[in-house]
Design a binder for this molecule. Sequence first.
Ligand code: KIV
Ligand code: ZN
Length: 518
Amino acid sequence: MTTSKSKNDIIIFDTTLRDGEQSPGASMNLSEKIRIAEILEDMNVDVIEAGFPIASDGDFEAVNEIAKIVKGSTICGLARSSKGDIDRCADAIKPAASGRIHTFISTSPLHMKYKLQMAPEDVHQAVIDSVTLARNYTDDVEWSCEDGSRTEHDFMCRTIESAIDAGATTINIPDTVGYAMPTEYAAMIEMVMNRVPNIDKAIISVHCHNDLGMAVANSLAAVQVGARQIECTINGLGERAGNAAMEEIVMGLRTRPDHLPYHTNIKSELITKASKLVSTVTGFTVQPNKAIVGANAFAHEAGIHQDGVLKNAQTYEIMTPESVGLKESKLVMGKHSGRHAFREKLIELGFDLGDNAVQDAFKRFKDLADVKKDVYDEDIIAIVDDAVIRTNDIIKLEKLEVLCGTEHQPPKASMTLNVDGEQKSAEMTGDGPVDAIFKGIKDLTGLEPHLQLFQVHAVTQGTDAQAEVTVRLEEDGKTVNGQGADTDTMIASAKAYINALNKLLVKREKSAPSALSA
Ligand code: KIV
Ligand code: ZN
């Protein structure tokens, strides 16, 4: 609600459900709008612009339902300057504990001439009539001069003065087309404050679009010269390039009080939750490098950055992840990651490895990261498991090349194994590449166990995922399972088969020492 504000308090007016919903493709149904309104209320948003009641029955119903349900925020509806719009809007917000009518008309020469086809005098009269009518329904009336940033200053001052005289309590000066520059926009707000005689009777509001990427900068510049309401949306949703992003406004004010000594009531810890909800409901995914709510906003991959963050998060983080509702920042494991982060990751995954094993696993990790874009926890587990199960192996894979194709030529596997210290090579064909590999390995080792199971699964998603292969072999009633992981399924298969053979040899050794006959 917009009550008892002190001089440096900023009113947060969220228009995700109105301007945000006007983004092509972002329409939401009633229950989705209610869910968003509820989270905005939980965040302590002062004013929720819930829709444009005249636009459709659905919009009316949404504003009306939200007005019934949400009691912690002022519920606002949008209306053009006509009687029909204002009456419908008043009806929609009637159940609100605190309701606002937001009425607007264009004041720029361009809009008046081409869009409205109205003379400035008629526009001026419409301002007075619309605000007067709205004031019959509620004491809380906002008036906007659409295309404010391209409006002539004299006309702007005149219409604002008349709107306030007619009872407007908030005057919104939009940069409708996202054309303004921060210094220019701030100067315009200052001009209004200096020239409109009754301006102290209203709150000045800003509503900036992001066509030139200036929406947040313009809003904050305006606050520095006296604006006290900011209109914004979650994730910067809105017409064309969107509106000022609420999360950026709130965190800008929270992070730089030295520069911006202003206060909002917003519970910033709910920002991530709200962002995810809006993105899910609208299907508008948030770009990974989006400020505050992008997936990479608190993620570090570069080794130098990871090392710094592990020593002291402030080295590369100007806000805490907790302050926007994240549990922690993310160290993304990839080819730029360093040893420090890798060791921390192993500890986090529950591995307690000695220095040599860490060294070996780190090398495998770097090799994998070179061929695979994202290295997930599951990949690292597979690397370590692979390293652990392969120590003390009697049979080791040194080289493997596989040829397959659609011509009338059977698949062929050429391989070199190290069998108990001796290098052996073979070339074998088979009914498929895996069959050729397994036949070659049998040939080189002289082992002929019965294959009970061959199973492949992708450790993670994507065509560059590691394949994890399981092979079960049986010999004289003894069964063993072998595992192998690699981005190349054929290599993973060979590794799994060899791993199972090594286990079989260990079993044989236990019952009859010196068992390798090949
Ligand atoms: O961008 C704009 O000018 C608007 C008005 C309706 C406030 O959305
Ligand atoms: Zn707008």
